[in-house]
Design a protein around this ligand. Structure first.
Ligand SMILES: Nc1ncnc2c1ncn2[C@@H]1O[C@H](COP(=O)(O)OP(=O)(O)OP(=O)(O)O)[C@@H](O)[C@H]1O
Length: 246
């Protein structure tokens, strides 16, 4: 199986504070990977570094065999908050962004890999109204829109940062179903979430960030067979520092 992501000795400092250190990670194509860690562990930062939104202090990131920021941006699709999107996208769309359909138009212009057909299928499934005003979207409505926009790009790596935050249980289930339904076999999804039990059924592998670095990379199968634990219990034990090899 080919590698979708290789990270070597990644280090990231912000305002003289060390946020991530000595990150080494190899991920194979085709999987759904849970990125787990406590508040402030550095999950969002790691995703932004992979997507090329933040610049690393040192180290190397390779996505689908390419390592320049510009090339990586065309291989990676990440969820952003709609509020922050103006600056991420270099501005411009907010003047036209009254309604969902304006954001779709913006995606079509900016991302040549954006599939309108795939977006429309997901929008139907997630009951997104393309005529709705952006400012009138609820938190769940914004998350659903961001998921549909992100997954409608045809790339090798998707980064879903807390897509279930502030979202009710029915919507969480719908978002999880849409991830399963619209993931292609040759793409990889990294998903961060504090709803560990809810996303567990999606996951092939788990990456745990602790003490500013990658503490664990393990398959869900190994968690279940070797440790006889569910993903959430395993994660809690790692954070408590109490897990020993059997
Ligand atoms: N602009 C900044 N300047 C300084 N420190 C920052 C900045 N942005 C984030 N940090 C710090 O970086 C660390 C990692 O933050 P990050 O948002 O990546 O964590 P996270 O794992 O995504 O957390 P959460 O689960 O709460 O979303 C935190 O300690 C945070 O305070």
């Amino acid at each position: 199986m080919s590698k979708v992501l290789e990270i070597n000795n990644l280090r990231y400092k912000k305002n003289n504070k060390l946020i991530l250190n000595n990150i080494n990670l190899d991920l194979e194509t085709g999987k759904i990977i849970g990125l787990l860690g406590a508040n402030g562990a550095g999950k969002t930062t790691l995703m932004r570094l992979i997507a090329g939104v933040n610049s690393r202090t040192s180290g190397k990131i390779t996505v689908s065999g390419v390592d320049s920021k510009a090339a990586i941006k065309s291989c990676v699709s990440m969820t952003y908050s709609l509020k922050s999107f103006k600056s991420l996208a270099g501005g411009g769309w907010s003047k036209r962004s009254d309604r969902v359909k304006d954001v779709i138009k913006f995606y079509l212009e900016v991302y040549p890999d954006f599939s309108l057909e795939k977006y429309q299928q997901m929008a139907k499934f997630l009951t997104i109204d393309n005529n709705q005003k952006i400012e009138a979207l609820s938190t769940g409505g914004q998350e659903k829109l961001m998921i549909a926009l992100t997954l409608a790009r045809q790339v090798s790596l998707y980064l879903l940062d807390e897509p279930l935050n502030g979202v009710d249980i029915m919507t969480r289930k719908k978002i999880i179903k849409s991830i399963i339904q619209w993931k292609s076999d040759d793409s990889t999804i990294i998903i961060s979430s504090h709803y560990v039990t809810e996303i567990a059924s999606l996951l092939d592998d788990v990456v745990i960030i602790k003490d500013q670095t990658v503490n664990q990379v393990i398959s869900v199968e190994e968690i279940q067979t070797k440790y006889r634990l569910g993903v959430e219990d395993y994660y809690e034990k790692i954070y408590e520092g109490g897990l020993k090899d059997e």
